[in-house]
Design a protein around this ligand. Structure first.
Ligand code: ZN
Length: 63
């Protein structure tokens, strides 16, 4: 008895490769940085900054 049928992937559909998310900012393009002030480098808060890994695009760099 043969019940297993080989399934073929549906035709006509082309898989669109999604751009990989930047691992540093998780695709947001922004990273929070701790703001330090004074000689003791006291942390006064966090500031949203441009993600330097993807330069704000949110996509992982190709290379
Ligand atoms: Zn990023």
């Amino acid at each position: 008895m043969v019940t297993v049928t080989a399934r073929k992937p549906p035709r006509g559909k082309t898989a669109v490769p999604e751009p990989a998310k930047c691992s540093v900012c998780d695709g947001t393009g922004e990273v929070s940085r701790t703001v330090l002030v004074g000689r003791k480098r006291r942390a006064v808060g966090e500031q949203a900054g441009l993600c330097l890994n993807c330069l704000g695009s949110g996509n992982a760099p190709a290379d």
